[in-house]
Design a protein around this ligand. Structure first.
Ligand SMILES: Cc1cc2nc3c(=O)[nH]c(=O)nc-3n(C[C@H](O)[C@H](O)[C@H](O)COP(=O)(O)OP(=O)(O)OC[C@H]3O[C@@H](n4cnc5c(N)ncnc54)[C@H](O)[C@@H]3O)c2cc1C
Length: 133
């Protein structure tokens, strides 16, 4: 991917934002455009976790974490070894989003407000300078 010039990411949800951010992190010179068909990006993030956004889980044991998935756990294993729950927590905390784990392991922003996560992703979009259409 070293000679990538233009990258289109389809869908302005959590996955699209993270993909666009990741491309710009690894290929800062790439021109990245994130296309969203609806009038609002990150609308599911807004309602996620009852409006609090359950960003990840405090369980960092990948095997038991994957076993908790009713399906797809096997496929997730390699992905979690590359970027696991602790990486997710570090990623947000590096961007000044304070997180807390609840007794059942769910991790939320301390603000208890999914808007904190949206603000963080939008801020990163500005910093990384990718286009949002
Ligand atoms: C009520 C509710 C609560 C949830 N709570 C949580 C939670 O707390 N924690 C959690 O991890 N997950 C939660 N989820 C699951 C959550 O939806 C996903 O984790 C996450 O939002 C999925 O992100 P995504 O980017 O994969 O998909 P989406 O958020 O669905 O984003 C896809 C985007 O692509 C756009 N799109 C589709 N087709 C096109 C096209 N052809 N061109 C351009 N744009 C297109 C859509 O408009 C949308 O904006 C919850 C889901 C719901 C419904």
């Amino acid at each position: 991917m070293s000679d990538v010039k233009n990258v289109a990411v389809i869908g302005g949800g959590a996955a699209g934002f993270f993909a666009a951010i990741s491309v710009k992190t690894h290929h800062p010179l790439a021109i990245v455009t994130l296309f969203e068909k609806s009038s609002k990006v990150l609308s599911k993030v807004k309602v996620s976790g009852g409006g609090r956004c359950n960003v990840t889980n405090a369980n960092n044991d990948i095997t038991s974490l994957c076993n908790a998935y009713p399906r797809g756990g096997k496929e997730l294993k390699n992905i979690f070894y590359r970027f696991g729950p602790q990486d997710t927590q570090n990623w947000f905390e590096d961007r000044k989003v304070s997180l807390k784990a609840e007794p059942d392991g769910r991790v939320f922003p301390v603000s208890n407000n999914s808007q904190t996560i949206i603000d963080c992703l939008m801020e990163e979009c500005k910093k990384k300078n990718f286009y949002l259409l």
